[in-house]
Design a protein around this ligand. Sequence first.
Ligand code: FES
Length: 190
Amino acid sequence: MASHADEPNRRDFIVIAGNAFAAVGAAVTMWPFIHQMNPDKSAQALASTEVDLAPVKTGQAITVMWRSKPVFVRNRTAEEVKAAADTPVKDLPDNVSRNANQPPNAPATDANRTIKGKENWLVAVGICTHLGCIPKGQALGDEKGEYKGWFCPCHGSHYDTSGRIRKGPAPRNFDIPPYAFVSDTKIKIG
Ligand code: FES
């Protein structure tokens, strides 16, 4: 069981945006420590983490750590889902889904970047594909860019509500990590 002495370190690794309260599983908070103590490649390959989505209300987002990377989890509004779904793939600078759960050449439709029946959830590695900055857009008051998804202030890359690059120097969409729903309100990443 975690002690109070653990709390400051936990906050270093988990960012809760908006009014979403910390409800990510213990595996989420523990992984960075495990990772630091055990850098063995085979252990890294097995790493997975479960995330409780129940506290993340519509329009809110949380950031969790998975294999030392920030993963953005956004509970998208109906408008955000529609904007993403209505965007023709031909309008996208990167027209490949970049989804570890899809074939490598799957087109970058919103459907191919989400899970059927759970389209409100966008789960993506939150690292700009240009030079690796962490884009803004997770907190409710953040600048989200011209496409209302995420904005990378380092060199001005704009991502849409599906985490797809739309404008700026970033060459690729956010990566979608391998993940699945293990219950109606919980996902397992990795
Ligand atoms: Fe994001 Fe350059 S690192 S735009």
